[in-house]
Design a protein around this ligand. Structure first.
Ligand SMILES: Nc1ncnc2c1ncn2[C@@H]1O[C@H](COP(=O)(O)OP(=O)(O)OP(=O)(O)O)[C@@H](O)[C@H]1O
Length: 208
């Protein structure tokens, strides 16, 4: 369970997040929508432990997330651009990442690439990937170790209509397996179908 309790953050004089309280129960999918700059990414960063908050608390599975001390565990994350090595192939990139924790095998990585529709492109260099292919690789990176939690910032960016559907189905499959999902989108239509609840952020405040 993810508990975001009265979280606020300012940078210089600007309020970025104001008194945000959201609970994501195990196996639920919660969406965040809002205009550019409304604070969606910052909230995901705070939940992951990648940015400091001024007040409030974030708890994940009974552990408090504190910037610089305790970051989120067992979680697949898409936040900003992952630094893929563009002169290596998609498969080689994921194998490097998989080698950090050594939880999964090369075959697991290949199966994940299949799930996101990148089998044919897996031996292509990432510099030759289209925007949509790079996005699929980011999704593969997030799901490949079968995490308990998925934190996904704009997972549908750069995907065409058909691809959005495919990735929605894939995320529903994970949700049905019990994965807890917190994700953002600037397009509510993309996440309505997936989410148990959708919250709207406006200038750092929850409006719904
Ligand atoms: N490092 C930073 N320094 C100063 N301000 C920042 C920084 N990072 C983000 N901001 C500001 O925080 C606010 C929220 O940004 P955030 O990236 O969370 O928005 P968002 O809702 O994810 O937007 P988008 O849909 O464009 O991704 C914006 O006003 C942004 O300018």
């Amino acid at each position: 369970m993810i508990e975001i309790k009265k979280v606020s953050k300012s940078i210089k004089e600007q309020t970025i997040l104001k008194n945000i309280t959201i609970t994501v129960k195990d196996g639920n999918c919660i969406g965040l929508v809002g205009h550019n700059g409304s604070g969606k990414t910052m909230l995901l960063k705070a939940v992951s432990g990648f940015t400091k908050i001024d007040s409030g608390e974030i708890w994940v599975d009974g552990k408090q997330i504190v910037f610089g001390k305790e970051y989120i565990k067992n979680t697949g994350i898409i936040l900003e651009q992952p630094p893929f090595i563009t002169y290596l192939t998609g498969l080689e990139n994921l194998l490097i990442l998989a080698n950090i924790q050594k939880k999964i095998t090369k075959e697991d990585v290949i199966q994940t690439l299949k799930k996101v529709g990148l089998s044919e492109a897996q031996n292509k260099k990432v510099r030759n990937y289209s925007l949509g292919m790079k996005q699929r690789l980011r999704i593969a990176q997030a799901i490949m170790e079968n995490p308990q939690i998925l934190i996904l910032d704009e997972p549908f960016n750069g995907l065409d209509k058909e691809s959005v559907k495919e990735i929605q189905e894939l995320l529903i499959e994970y949700k049905n397996k019990g994965t807890t999902i917190l994700l953002t989108s600037h397009d509510e239509r993309h996440i309505d179908y997936l989410c148990d609840q959708v919250y709207e952020l406006e200038r750092g405040e929850l409006v719904e």
